[in-house]
Every structure is written in C-alpha cells, then in structure tokens.
Write a protein that binds this ligand. Structure first.
Ligand SMILES: Cc1cc2nc3c(=O)[nH]c(=O)nc-3n(C[C@H](O)[C@H](O)[C@H](O)COP(=O)(O)O)c2cc1C
Length: 326
C-alpha cells in the first residue's frame, strides 16, 4: 500500500489533501467531519482583520479601511468571529482532532498582528495562513509599495510566532517568482496559490453594483498548475495549490507539478466531504499502478525545472492548439 504521508511547512501530514478555509471548516463539528473523511489537515475559516480591529474599538480610525467599506464590514461583522470566539474555536478543535490545524487570517495591514498572531499560536494552532489581497487602485502607488505591504505583514507576524506561516495570495503580480522568493527569504514557510475572490458585477436594470461568487470549475486548475510548476523547487518555500481541484487526477497533476499539498473547498461543498474517501483511494491506486511507494517518488517530477519539455509551461499564445477550433 503506497505511503501518502507528506511534509508541509515542516509538519507531517497523513496525506497532502487539506480542507480549505471555508464554511466547511468554521466549527469544531465540521472540522471533525473533515478529519473523519480523511483530510490531511484543515485551514479554519478565516477571521477577518477588520473584526480584530473592531474588537480594539479603533476600526473607524483605521487608515487601512476606506470609509465606504466600513458599512459593508459592519454588516458582515455579526456573521464573523470575534477574536475571543476564534481563540476558543482553535482550542476546541485542537482537543477534538489530531490532524494539523491552521488558523487563517484575512489581513489588510500589519497593525494588529503584535497582539493576535501569538494568541492564535498559544491557543494551539499548528500554523498560520495569512490571506492577503490588495487591489491596486491608486495610479501613484507602485508595485514596490504594494509588495512592501505583504513583507510588512509577514515580518510583523513572524516576529510573534514560532509556528510556520503561509501566505495565500492572488496571482496578479508582475514578477511572481521573485516576489515569492523574497517572501520565503523573509521567513514565509509556504505560499498558497491562489486565493479565489468574489467579483464585482453590474446590475444593468437597477444600474448599480453587486458582488458575485461561484464555485470554481475544472478549468480553474490551470493557473495554479502552471504557477506551481514554474516555481516549485525554485523559490525556497513549500507550495500549496488551490482552486479548481475536482478529482484525484487533479491532485496528482499538482503534485507532479511540485505542490506539497492541495486545498479543496468547492468540490466538498458540491459533492460532500465524503468524496475525500474515494479521492484518497484513487490517489493510492494511481501510485500503486505507477509503482510509486511514496509522494516524494513523483512530487515535482514535471515541475518546470525538472521536465524535459518546460516550454509547455511558457506557451500562452493561441497557436497550433486552437487551429482546429478557429
Ligand atoms: C463558501 C466559501 C468560503 C470561503 N471562505 C474563505 C475564507 O474565509 N478564507 C480563505 O482564505 N478562503 C476562503 N475560501 C476560498 C477557499 O479556501 C479556496 O481557496 C478556494 O475556494 C479555491 O478552492 P476550490 O476551487 O476548491 O473552491 C472560501 C471558499 C468558499 C467556496
């Protein structure tokens, strides 16, 4: 029977499949279900920095929160955890499950971390995942300033904790490999590729703006697949791939590209967390058929740095592939 245990951020996971931060990981009972179905680890539903900020009664004065966003955040607050509830949840979960538990923080500044990151560690979190997204709207703000915000948050958190820290980021960076390598130099243990966002939409009858969200589709896997492959083994940290994973085959592809772990949400919402049982069996069956005894036997085998045909990862323009379509 193949051994599917793996190392991620210095921790040993029984398998590389993580239940991604979402409603599926928002309570101790749901997290127990994830463990029971076979998850290698879980990332708890994110606590939002705005909630932590509000707990300190300073939210209205926070320079990081646009005034118009304030009402929106307030309306969300009742649905979100406060810091006390989040700490209690971490402690409760750690008493109930044996798989690694990552706390997740949706960050917009480095301001609050001197207080909370250490408390999450003390509550028992095995690692932290910082979910950071900054939309560039200011024509005077350059990429250096935006990247500095990520560095500042990482450094502020790393000063407070000894547990491993991952950053979950979007894909809109001009030079992603150098940016990720810089983060790794500053102590980031893993990068999570990529976050999935809600999108802005327009109601053409009411002539106003709305926010839309849908579960991922199979086609969404190709962006994390390419960027995992391009960076695996090159950037000085582990890679966890997420978005668009629908099958054991998708997981195998991402491991071949060099991911240490994968994170799944949409599939489990749509098919149930028990789909994990079949996926694990399919992963083991594929490994046995290919005579791989452990994950390290094939992890990164088809990464950009290792494959005989790296040009496939670089090809992006419409050429032969679509000739039959046009
Ligand atoms: C309903 C829902 C809620 C989510 N909430 C969070 C969250 O609080 N924090 C976070 O980092 N990601 C959140 N995500 C993103 C997932 O963790 C995951 O990265 C993303 O959905 C891509 O994986 P998928 O294609 O398997 O859905 C959420 C996803 C869904 C579907």
């Amino acid at each position: 029977m193949p051994d599917i245990s793996t190392k991620y951020m210095g921790l040993t996971l029984r398998n590389p499949i993580i239940a991604a931060s979402s409603g599926l990981t928002k309570s101790a009972s749901k997290i127990e279900e994830c463990e029971h179905a076979g998850a290698g680890a879980i990332v708890i539903k994110s606590v939002f920095e705005e909630v932590l900020a509000q707990a300190d009664f300073q939210i209205a004065g926070s320079a990081t929160i646009h005034a118009e966003a304030y009402d929106y955040f307030r309306s969300q607050l009742e649905m979100q955890y406060g810091p006390r509830e989040y700490l209690d949840l971490i402690s409760e979960v750690k008493k109930k499950v044996t798989i690694p538990v990552f706390a997740s923080i949706n960050c917009v500044s480095s301001k609050w971390w001197t207080t909370y990151a250490k408390q999450f560690q003390d509550a028992g979190a095995d690692g932290l995942e910082l979910n950071i997204f900054k939309i560039a709207t200011d024509t005077r703000e350059d990429s250096t300033a935006i990247e500095k915000m990520y560095f500042d948050i990482l450094e502020a958190v790393k000063k407070q904790v000894t547990i491993p820290v991952a950053l979950k980021i979007g894909m809109y960076f001009t030079a992603l490999p150098q940016f990720v390598a810089q983060l790794a130099k500053k102590g980031m243990d893993a990068v999570v590729l990529f976050n999935r966002f809600t999108e802005a939409d327009i109601d053409i009858e009411k002539l106003n703006l709305t926010t839309t969200f849908s579960f991922s589709t199979s086609y969404d896997i190709y962006k994390p697949l390419r960027w995992t492959a391009l960076m695996a083994g090159q950037v000085g940290c582990d890679i966890s791939a997420t978005t668009g994973i629908k099958s054991a085959n998708d997981i195998i592809k991402l491991l071949l590209a060099g991911a240490s772990t994968v994170q799944i949400a949409s599939l489990f919402y749509q098919k149930g967390i028990d789909r994990l049982v079949e996926i694990i069996a399919e992963l083991k069956a594929w490994m046995a058929a290919h005579k791989f005894e452990r994950i390290s036997d094939f992890k990164g085998k088809l990464a950009f740095a290792n494959t005989q045909s790296p040009q496939n990862y670089l090809r992006a323009q419409f050429m032969e592939k679509i000739r039959g379509i046009e």
